[in-house]
Design a protein around this ligand. Structure first.
Ligand code: GLC
Ligand code: CA
Length: 556
């Protein structure tokens, strides 16, 4: 496979609203990102994805865009954005923006015009329909609850939304829509943007004509993820998008793709794939129930390992996944994949090394490098995220107590990842001098960047070491391109693998159990410890792993 400029990078995701406020309005902004570029450079970041900063009424925190060509004043100005591109470039960091084009905001000009005349030119940018014999065109359930069809006030029209009713879906079957999208993408790429994180893209192809599918809950509706299994032909749109945009600029693109089939991987992220890479969501999806969060189950460490290894095998020869333990839609990785007994720095470092050294592009989500944790919400009033509110209602609908419902919300809420970044131990964690838009996690007095800068054994410094290792002249090639070979895969509580480099390999072994674990390594080659979260002990050819210890070796 041809080597590409992005493959040896380390990526970082910023959720701008919660990263760094500079003007005291309690909302993170673009000047705040600029202010922290040196911090990111020190972490070795080469690709910086920033969640949406376009003009938006913020029904879904910027994932509802009202103007793709303008920066929302809450985040700053276009001049700030241009400065960010320039300053990032000086530090060899490529800026990647969110591309949210399955839908726009209901406040976008296109939609406003469409509502004036659903049968006119702009009506065709969306999906409008009327009831026939008293029945809606289909029984699909939107991701944020309820029917995908919303009545257009004062008319007998309905419009389609896969997500919130303030996020009407764009009609990708209309070539005019696709043309507008590509034009907009290229406008940004011309400005020096490095590429895109492509939001919810799997939704652009619907199984048309609209029709009912078997209901999966008592509401008589069918889940969108089920519906989409019946759609085919998305490749025509995605291939066109690649040719019209990314390809021309050698841009980076990472797709938010769910439920991809093994045989499709090459199409999505192979050498001439629609995207450069797609996220591996196999572990985030493990244990999730179609019924809702209340019915979810947290994966065990063995399941976590299995998801990672299965994905590594699937991807080999087909491209490179992007690896995460969390993002702005997920709970904090350390509060989710680690058993409760392991939720301390040693356990957090174990999880960090295990996922970071897998083959693929490692993404760090803001605050992950500090070991930021979930919130413990006690009332739904503390929660802002629309999907959490919908899931809370679902908990109520199935008869849960408020207390139990809040346990579910605390475990899964997207707000867990959206609490403000913990810069230091001053009021509001150094995030803002005003009132933060979302409550700061009170553990900031203990977990914050300033303290971790000074402590050589901190999470932050551990992530810096992982990052240096991946970028080191000596090991970069193995860590970027070497195949992953699981080791003692069936061993309960152990996650161990080789990254193959030919003459030399890298070996990663981690113990997720509360007891010591002995890992036999019958390999006569020379071994050198590259990284660990504790002193490394041997018994002859065997590694003795302490509880929650991870060891990274070079072998050969
Ligand atoms: C993606 C985003 C999520 C958003 C949704 C709708 O899944 O990551 O935050 O709510 O798309 O745009
Ligand atoms: Ca601000």
């Amino acid at each position: 496979m041809k080597r590409k400029w992005w493959q040896n990078k380390i990526a970082y995701q910023i959720y701008p609203k919660s990263f760094q406020d500079t003007n005291g309005d309690g909302i993170g902004d673009i000047p705040g990102i600029i202010k922290r570029l040196d911090y990111l450079q020190e972490l070795g970041i080469g690709i910086l994805w920033i969640s949406p900063v376009y003009v938006s009424p913020c029904a879904d925190q910027g994932y509802d865009i009202a103007d793709y060509y303008a920066i929302d004043p809450m985040f700053g100005t276009m001049a700030d954005m241009e400065e960010l591109l320039k300053e990032a470039d000086k530090r060899n960091i490529k800026i990647v923006m969110d591309l949210v084009v399955n839908h726009c905001s209901d406040e976008h000009e296109w939609f406003r015009k469409a509502c004036e005349d659903p049968e006119g030119e702009y009506g065709k940018y969306f999906y409008f329909a009327k009831k026939e014999n008293g029945k809606l065109p289909c029984n699909w359930r939107s991701y944020f609850g309820g029917s995908v069809w919303e009545p257009l006030a004062g008319t007998d029209w309905y419009y389609f939304h896969s997500f919130h009713k303030k996020q009407p879906d764009l009609n990708w079957e209309n070539p005019k829509v696709r043309e507008e999208v590509y034009k907009m993408m290229n406008w940004w790429l011309e400005k020096g943007l490095g590429g895109y994180r492509v939001d919810a893209i799997i939704n652009i192809k619907k199984p048309l004509p609209f029709q009912d599918y078997p209901a999966d809950r008592t509401d008589g509706l069918c889940d969108m993820s089920e519906v989409l299994k019946h759609a085919s032909g998305i490749g025509d749109f995605l291939g066109e998008m690649r040719d019209e945009t990314f390809y021309k600029y050698d841009a980076f693109a990472v797709g938010e793709v769910f439920n991809e089939k093994e045989e499709e991987l090459k199409d999505f992220m192979g050498e001439n794939g629609y995207f450069s890479t797609i996220f591996d969501f196999s572990q985030t999806n493990a244990g999730k129930s179609p019924k809702g969060w209340y019915d979810n189950r947290i994966p065990t460490v063995d399941e976590y390992k299995q998801c990672c290894f299965n994905s590594q095998r699937k991807a080999e020869g087909s491209g490179m996944y992007s690896n995460i333990i969390e993002n702005h839609d997920e709970p904090r990785g350390v509060s989710y994949y680690l058993p409760e007994v392991a939720r301390h720095d040693m356990g957090k470092k174990l999880l960090a090394a295990e996922y970071f050294l897998l083959k693929g592009l490692p993404f760090i989500y803001q605050g992950q490098e500090l070991g930021m944790e979930n919130m413990a919400y006690t009332s739904i009033d503390q929660v802002n995220d629309i999907s959490s509110i919908a899931e809370y209602e679902e908990c109520m609908r199935v008869g849960m107590s408020k207390e139990d419902a809040m346990k579910v919300i605390s475990q899964y809420s997207r707000d867990n990842g959206r609490t403000p970044f913990q810069w230091d131990d001053t009021e509001n964690a150094g995030f803002t001098t005003g009132t933060p838009w979302l409550q700061v996690n009170p553990n900031y007095v203990r977990i914050n960047a300033k303290e971790q800068e000074q402590n050589s054994e901190s999470m932050l410094n551990f992530y810096r070491r992982l990052s240096s290792l991946r970028r080191s002249e000596k090991y970069e090639d193995i860590l970027v391109y070497g195949e992953t070979i699981p080791y003692l895969e069936e061993e309960h509580g152990l996650m161990a693998y080789f990254r193959k480099g030919g003459r030399q390999d890298i070996f990663v072994a981690g113990n997720f159990l509360e007891e010591e674990k002995i890992v036999p390594l019958q390999d006569s080659r020379e071994k050198q410890v590259l990284l660990s979260n504790a002193d490394v002990d041997w018994a002859g050819e065997s590694l003795i792993l302490k509880p929650f210890q991870v060891v990274v070796l070079s072998v050969g």
